[in-house]
Design a binder for this molecule. Structure first.
Ligand SMILES: [Zn+2]
Length: 343
């Protein structure tokens, strides 16, 4: 019989001594990565060394235990292994072997290579607990190289038109991917404080990135400005003349896209998987049971229509612990693996 799985304060698995990405204070939680919706204040945490470095900025007093990637470790009654999720620096998935059941919890994951961290991997498992931020067929991201080319093209065009190019992306993860991309193409980069603080931690963790000036304390004549979206509303930033802005987000799919920051353009640089990649990822794990997280129940519904045994992890969820059924996919109605290259 598989262990009981509960979704209340993050994920709780029967027999495991710690929560997975607990939302409220837990005595001990595994923290999959440093984004604030996953990294909350706890009694103590388990995470990678890179995640701990970023976590300590917000919660300096919390005891931490750094766990290595790609190594099996015995913790209580469980054997675990952390392996890369490609989402951001330090982000990992966790494989838990307990009660003769192999369970993978993905945290957030990105399938396309992320130039700031190791590429994601997958593990075969019985039960897959996965994020599904873009779990709708309407989300199909262009190949990563095309997205990178669009960003570089935007910057060159803005500069040749006499504008300051501005890229806006989340300060932790997305902005560093943009800074590394720009520096690899020979551009000089200026940033805001939020981005610079995280850049510093990335460099301290060994990511190859040149130091960056604050956009208010340097000439912007030949520079690209990378800021977090909140800075776009800052008065000093808005006073800058002749700037042209690009929003970096999966939600930007289809041009201007969904953002509340009134950028001139958007490009779908995402740190998550799109719909086809989510399906291909499931295939690579061959799970008998799937639990989906984030957004709504729609993705689990689509998976069931495709023949998977899938359930949405809603607040208060408790698994029924019946033996996991073999999956039966006779005629999947969505193309699988068209742009899935990593495994
Ligand atoms: Zn995240």
């Amino acid at each position: 019989m598989p262990p009981l799985i509960k979704y209340d304060n993050g994920i709780e698995i029967e027999g495991l001594d710690f929560h997975l990405d607990a939302h409220r204070r837990a005595e001990c939680s595994f923290v999959s990565h440093a984004h604030s919706d996953h990294a909350r204040k706890h009694g103590r945490i388990l995470a990678t060394a890179e995640t701990i470095l970023m976590y300590r900025r917000r919660f300096p007093g919390v005891p931490t235990r750094a766990l290595p990637m790609n190594r099996r470790i015995k913790l209580g009654d469980a054997t675990i292994e952390l392996f890369p999720s490609g989402h951001m620096l330090g982000a990992v998935q966790i494989l838990i072997e307990i009660k003769r059941t192999r369970i993978v919890y993905t945290g957030d994951f990105k399938v396309y290579p992320n130039i700031t961290c190791p590429p994601m991997e997958s593990r075969r498992c019985d039960i897959l607990i996965m994020e599904s931020t873009y779990g709708d067929p309407m989300y199909s991201f262009p190949p990563q190289n095309e997205v990178y080319s669009r960003i570089v093209g935007f910057v060159k065009r803005a500069q040749s038109d006499g504008y300051i190019p501005v890229l806006a992306g989340y300060a932790m993860g997305k902005a560093q991917e943009a800074v590394c991309l720009l520096q690899q193409h020979g551009f000089k980069v200026a940033v805001d404080k939020a981005v610079n603080d995280i850049n510093h931690l990335y460099r301290a963790s060994g990511v190859k990135m040149e130091s960056t000036d604050h956009y208010l304390h340097t000439s912007l004549d030949d520079k690209v400005v990378v800021v977090c979206p909140q800075t776009l509303r800052n008065e000093q930033f808005r006073a800058l003349r002749r700037k042209r802005s690009l929003f970096l987000s999966g939600w930007s799919q289809g041009g201007r896209g969904k953002n509340n920051f009134s950028t001139d353009l958007g490009v779908p640089l995402s740190d998550h998987a799109d719909f086809t990649q989510l399906i291909a990822y499931i295939e690579s794990c061959s799970p008998r049971k799937i639990y989906t997280l984030h957004v709504e129940a729609k993705f689990a519904h689509i998976l069931r229509e495709m023949g998977y045994d899938a359930e949405y992890l809603h607040k208060g969820f408790r698994s029924d612990q019946s033996p996991v059924r073999p999956i039966d996919i006779t005629q999947p109605n969505v193309a699988i693996g068209t742009n899935f290259e990593l495994f």
